[in-house]
Design a protein around this ligand. Structure first.
Ligand code: PEP
Ligand code: MG
Length: 891
């Protein structure tokens, strides 16, 4: 029955469409957007899309197309013919089509395409008569044979290139346009002979057979190796499948009023609100994407900036350009995002071939989000939600120090911003391999193809010697956030010898180079780098984000320098000051070691007395820098192995300072050495057994609070945090010492103190006993580093050795020390619930590394934490992620 037949084929064109942008799952991004463009009456060549359901059926039936599809395609071909005014297989007026892939998520260049389908020995004559251009018709036919043989019949396209090159050399031609129809006829003869020889059958003359072959091949390309690799890299499920779009061909290669190109509605590198694109005169679309011919700038503005004298489309074809500009504006408004558009101009008439959300640099993403919100195209909430917080990291990364000395070897296009230095390599697999061995590499290629994607990912930067701003290298690197210099034509790469020659130097594999994707420079050696100035857009977006955020964002900062950074990045306090880190410096570590190694209470007190002034001074600075914002000071938590001296020199220094013999000190070190320092006498255990440490640290905090308070004319209210608490009793013992010191200081100074004593929650036991611990703790902070370590029973110091293999074997799907594991999360949730049952308003934060991880932050929002705390450079990431998490929770 007709109404039970699934809808597999969706027509579009002539200002109407069966599908729409909402049908991405069925029609793929390309098909859905073509339908939408048709609906808003842009000039789209008519066609139809075969849905992803057919892709599933194709694989279910052992890679063959279902019979029921045929009448649906025939019907759609008829509709298409009516709009195009040409018929598939009609000798007098043949319809030519393209057959393209298109999945739900964009997978640029990963699957196959066949262009110019519909030609055989008869229809090519019809095309010649119809267009009055035999040369064009036969050139098109030979392009088709070559592409079809490659994609559908599986013959190497290099074989065809060889025939063409040999023919040109033999006849004395230099460029393709010099060849006449007769020449193409001869080449086609040679092509067909090649197919017959290699494939064992003549080139198919039956157009339906061609069409089915191409549709099958495109569905088949969903499972080719590079598409599979790309899906792995981008977490695209295998079962999504691709749709196939069959569309009327339009020709950008019909002379000097024809062109084909790519346009972004705004500049994808800088975000500037001006059209940005490239085109090739008298060419087909694939020529632009492949980067084999150097494209020309689209606009006059670009042309002036490039200064290479190449004419812009704006100047050459003002009418078509004006229409393109209007279409771009309509599309951007309609889709409410930056669009990346493919177009063709056939004898002066503009056709829109594709539109999709454009990939962009982080800088551009930021500017576009802010501009579009200010232009009223999107809301501020949408602007905040549109930015991937993890990518903000790039804005905070170094750029070249403009005053640095540098030897510029070559200049190319600034294809993706940021600078990077590393060892140059010339092969993608080699890049992957070297990265795995701990090298930092720059991948240098003549041009990249989808096979290079994993190598690009492994590299810190990419440089190519060919191709434009929309070449594969440029688009992919920008999406990945890798710096990229494209088309550095003055550099010569010899892939055999693995060298790059430029500016009179020869760089061999392994030599250090620097690339600057913001200026397009390739530089010899390493260059000093600088922190970027953050644009005003950054501040604007952050301000909007802060308005939507519920959780506070604090920073983990141990030194005044960290605290300044934290404040500059917008931290709202310090969530963790690891006080033992204040003694890492060479001039302080000896005193710290004396304290740890002291054999008696008296000698420990003496060593602590030496530490006190430095400690107090640091706290004064921290309080002053944070000026009234909360500062959480964690009492000593030194895993002993990090502080016990091991080198002979260090042992001698400490022995001298302590006035003991080296042999005696070594015995003491042996006594204190632990088999497993991470699970040893750290944190609360150290503080309970050496309570004089608490006395000193509490005194330093309180005295500093009084001094800084006087300076700031405001009361400083420190939060003192006890690490590695497993039982309420441990906390109580330490807290009591703190309170005794507080009373002593209050008495000495004749003033009153305001402070809180809280607990880190970083052991499974503490999570389970959170209700009890909360009776004594005035705040909680989850130490998810230790909580992960102890939940998994996995040493923080040793896990790196085997976690990589665990990921490869699918035992874990992310590093649990970076993104919170679900079980660790569940323990936190238990902790929050039990603690708040006792103290409903308990302030609870997180200060493990996970506090700066966007995915973890979403979870923290869900379980109602009060704040997240992370390293200063991740504060902006956390601010944005926390805002997005809050917005998400309101949905
Ligand atoms: C933690 O364990 O998560 C934590 C913040 O403390 P540290 O990393 O110092 O052990
Ligand atoms: Mg810890």
């Amino acid at each position: 029955m007709a109404d039970q037949t699934p809808k597999w084929v969706y027509s579009f064109g002539g200002g109407a469409a069966d599908g729409s942008a909402a049908d991405k799952d069925r029609l793929g991004g390309k098909g859905a957007h073509l339908a939408e463009m048709s609906r808003i009456e842009l000039n789209v060549p008519a066609g139809f899309t075969i849905s992803t359901d057919v892709c599933a059926a194709y694989y279910e039936q052992g890679r063959s197309l279902p019979e029921e599809l045929k009448p649906m395609v025939d019907e759609a071909l008829e509709k298409m013919a009516a709009i195009a005014g040409a018929h598939f297989g009609d000798v007098e007026h043949p319809l030519l089509v393209s057959v393209r892939s298109g999945a739900r998520a964009s997978m640029p260049g990963m699957m196959d395409t066949v262009l110019n389908l519909g030609l055989n020995d008869k229809t090519v004559e019809g095309l010649a008569r119809r267009t009055g251009d035999r040369r064009f018709a036969y050139d098109t036919y030979r392009r088709f044979i070559q592409m079809y043989a490659d994609v559908v019949l599986g013959l190497d396209h290099g074989l065809f290139e060889d025939i063409l090159e040999n023919y040109k050399a033999l006849k004395g031609f230099e460029l393709d346009p010099q060849l006449q129809a007769e020449n193409w006829v001869e080449i086609i003869g040679a092509y067909k002979a090649l197919v017959a020889k290699e494939f064992g059958m003549p080139f198919p003359q039956d157009l339906r057979e061609q069409l089915w072959g191409a549709i099958s091949a495109v569905f088949g390309s969903w499972q080719n190796a590079r598409a599979i690799a790309y899906r792995r890299l981008h977490d695209i499920p295998d079962d999504w499948g691709t749709a196939v779009t069959v569309q009327t061909m339009v020709f950008g290669n019909k002379g000097d009023q024809s062109a084909t190109g790519v346009v972004f509605t705004r500049n994808p590198s800088t975000g500037e609100n001006a059209l940005f694109g490239e085109y090739l005169l008298n060419a087909q679309g694939e020529d632009v994407v492949a980067g084999l011919r150097t494209p020309q700038p689209l606009t006059e503005k670009q042309s002036a900036a490039n200064g290479n004298g190449k004419a812009s489309l704006e100047a050459l074809m003002p009418e078509a350009f004006a229409e393109l500009k209007a279409s771009c504006a309509a599309l951007e408004k309609h889709f409410r995002d930056l669009q990346d558009i493919e177009f063709t101009i056939e004898e002066g008439k503009l056709f829109m071939l594709q539109t999709r959300s454009g990939k962009r640099s982080t800088q551009a993403a930021l500017k576009i989000a802010v501009d579009m919100a200010e232009e009223g195209i999107i809301s501020k909430q949408e602007a905040v939600a549109s930015l991937d917080p993890a990518r903000l990291d790039q804005l905070l990364h170094p750029t070249l120090d403009p005053n640095a000395e540098m030897t510029v070897l070559a200049k190319g296009l600034p294809a993706s911003p940021g600078a990077a230095s590393g060892e140059i390599v010339f092969d993608a697999d080699e890049a992957v391999h070297m990265k795995a061995q701990g090298h930092t590499v720059i991948l240098a290629r003549i041009e990249t193809s989808p096979e290079d994607v994993q190598g690009m990912h492994a590299a810190v930067g990419v440089i190519t010697t060919r191709g434009g701003m929309t070449s594969h290298a440029a688009v992919v690197a920008r999406g990945m956030g890798r710096p990229c210099v494209a088309g550095a034509a003055a550099a010569h790469i010899d892939l055999e010898r693995e060298t790059l020659e430029a500016g009179g130097a020869v760089m061999h594999k392994g030599d250090i180079v620097t690339i600057d994707g913001s200026s397009g420079k390739l530089i010899k050696g390493r260059v000093t780098m600088r922190q970027p100035d953050l644009s005003p857009d950054f501040a604007t977006l952050m301000e909007w984000a802060d308005g939507f955020r519920r959780m506070d964002v604090r920073a983990n900062a141990d030194t005044p320098a960290d605290a300044r950074h934290a404040r500059d990045f917008g931290a709202e306090g310090i969530g963790l000051c690891r006080t033992e880190h204040m003694f890492f410096q060479e001039n302080r570590i000896v005193a710290m070691r004396e304290m740890i190694l002291a054999e008696t209470k008296e000698s420990r007190r003496a060593a602590l007395a030496e530490l006190l002034p430095a400690q107090r001074q640091d706290f004064i600075e921290l309080f002053e820098i944070m000026a009234g914002q909360p500062v959480t000071i964690r009492l000593f938590d030194p895993p002993l192995h990090e502080f016990l001296p091991s080198e002979e020199d260090a042992i001698v220094d400490v022995a001298e300072a302590m006035g003991v013999g080296v042999a005696q000190l070594k015995r003491r070190i042996a006594v204190l050495s632990e088999f497993n320092p991470m699970l040893g006498q750290r944190g609360a255990r150290l503080l309970v057994t050496y309570p004089e440490i608490v006395d000193m640290q509490a005194r330093a905090v309180f005295e500093a609070a009084i001094e800084a308070g006087a300076e700031l004319h405001d009361r400083v209210r420190p939060e003192i945090m006890v690490p590695l608490v497993a039982t309420k009793r441990e906390l109580d013992i330490v807290k009591e010492r703190i309170l005794v010191t507080a009373r002593a200081v209050e008495e000495e100074r004749g003033t009153s103190l305001a402070f809180q004593v809280g607990s880190m929650v970083e052991l499974p036991r503490a999570c389970l006993m959170a209700g009890e611990i909360a009776e004594s703790a005035e705040f909680f902070s989850f130490g998810t580093n230790d909580l992960t370590q102890t939940t998994f029973g996995l040493s923080r110091d040793d896990a790196g050795r085997f976690l990589g293999e665990y990921a490869d074997k699918g035992i874990i799907n992310h590093d649990p020390f970076m993104t919170l594991d679900a079980a660790v999360g569940e323990l936190m949730e238990i902790g929050v619930t039990r603690a708040r049952a006792v103290r409903p308003d308990l302030k609870i934060g997180i200060c493990g590394e996970h506090g700066g991880d966007p995915q973890t932050i979403v979870f923290c929002e869900k379980i109602g934490l009060s704040y997240v705390s992370c390293s200063p450079y991740r504060v902006p990431v956390a601010r944005l992620a926390a805002a997005q998490a809050a917005l998400k929770s309101q949905l």
